[in-house]
Design a protein around this ligand. Structure first.
Ligand code: NAG
Ligand code: NAG
Length: 337
């Protein structure tokens, strides 16, 4: 928070020139349901560190977590500065219009749009972290077992409910055959072979290659891989946000890039390849909030990197220019246990 001196030129050489950091005021933080504690408390930590007061609104879908935060926060934080409210999603735009100094929202594009419109009426700045369809390109030149393990973990952890999970795979048909087989092996390792019985057909898109069982009463969906997907299929019209991974086939990296660039700019782009040229081409020719090669999710865990989206996947925290952050990992083999 200390003032930062800036460089001077000839006409200001005798002057004192510096930037002062000051808190914005009161920040309204709207959490998402997929990581209900983290998505409230992490922005709160930032707000406190910068000297702000805050009002927290946990997601209405995670009732118990919301009530817990409502009960616990006043026990540990100054009640003059920090409040937890339990407003319903439909009331949020009206609350935002009451006028805050900053609004931090995590959720869907549709809801983010409503929040941004309400905030615009009072010229309140917003930070939006919005769900998107994150593409994952898998090149011919890669270690299939390692790739399968990393993608399977990233897609299926937390039952697929993650903003930064790879949403769909773009790969050559020959890669698809090997990758589906390797992922089937990973899913057996992760979850065992005892997938639940059900006759319900889950998705009307493509072909079920692995999984496909669902039990509505238990809110259970088996880890599922769909192949033969085309961009007009239902599953490509919305963010998956569940343990389902669709595969689309492309001839080469150029076709994958053309496909990615026809969609809205995503929160993350992922690429798996041993060929650095392929990785560098994807970085140069696509635009997203973040990029990670030969792994997924990793870039969002690094506190030294900024976060956020671009275009309809949200706003980068403090930037007017697009600066996708990149984590480049070398490919290395991990034995399939
Ligand atoms: C120096 O400052 C003057 C006055 O603001 C400005 O007109 C000029 O462009 C600056 N020059 C450089 C090199 O920054
Ligand atoms: C990507 O851009 C960098 C720097 O702008 C350049 O050095 C590199 O050759 C480009 N890579 C490809 C594959 O076009």
């Amino acid at each position: 928070m200390q003032p930062q001196q800036v460089e001077r030129n000839l006409s200001t050489t005798l002057d004192d020139c510096y930037m002062v950091n000051e808190p914005l005021g009161v920040v309204f933080i709207v959490g998402g349901w997929c990581s209900p504690v983290q998505m409230c408390l992490v922005p709160l930590v930032g707000a406190i560190a910068a000297g702000n007061c805050a009002i927290l609104n946990p997601s209405e879908w995670t009732v118990y977590t919301a009530e817990l935060l409502h009960r616990l926060i006043p026990l540990y934080l100054d009640t003059e500065c920090f409040h937890v409210v339990l407003a319903l999603k439909n009331d949020l735009p009206d609350i935002v219009e009451l006028k805050f100094d900053h609004v931090f929202f995590t959720g869907t594009r549709e809801d983010g749009n409503k929040i941004a419109q309400a905030a615009a009426r009072t010229l309140t700045p917003v930070t939006l972290v919005l769900a998107s369809k994150n593409p994952c390109y898998v090149d011919q030149h890669c270690d299939i077992v390692t790739t399968a393990q990393r993608i399977a973990w990233a897609r299926f952890h937390n039952a697929g409910q993650s903003l930064v999970a790879p949403d769909y795979i773009l790969c050559h048909k020959s890669v698809q055959v090997q990758l589906v087989q390797a992922m089937k092996c990973c899913l057996m390792q992760f979850y065992g072979s005892n997938s639940k019985e059900s006759h319900k057909i889950l998705w009307k898109s493509g072909k079920v290659a692995v999984g496909g069982q669902a039990i509505e009463a238990e809110k259970y969906i088996a880890p599922t891989i769909l192949t033969d997907i085309v961009d007009t299929d239902l599953i490509m019209q919305q963010d998956v946000f569940g343990p389902v991974l669709p595969f689309l086939t492309v001839q080469n990296v150029d076709e994958a890039i053309a496909f990615i660039n026809k969609q809205e700019k995503p929160l993350c782009v992922y690429a798996f390849s041993n060929d650095n040229k392929v990785i560098s081409q994807l970085i140069n020719e696509t635009s997203s909030g973040s990029f990670c090669s030969n792994d997924c999710v990793l870039q969002s865990l690094m506190v030294t990197l900024p976060f956020g989206g671009v275009g309809t996947s949200g706003t980068e925290v403090s930037d007017l220019s697009v600066s996708p952050i990149c984590v480049i990992r070398p490919m290395r083999s991990e034995p399939c246990l």
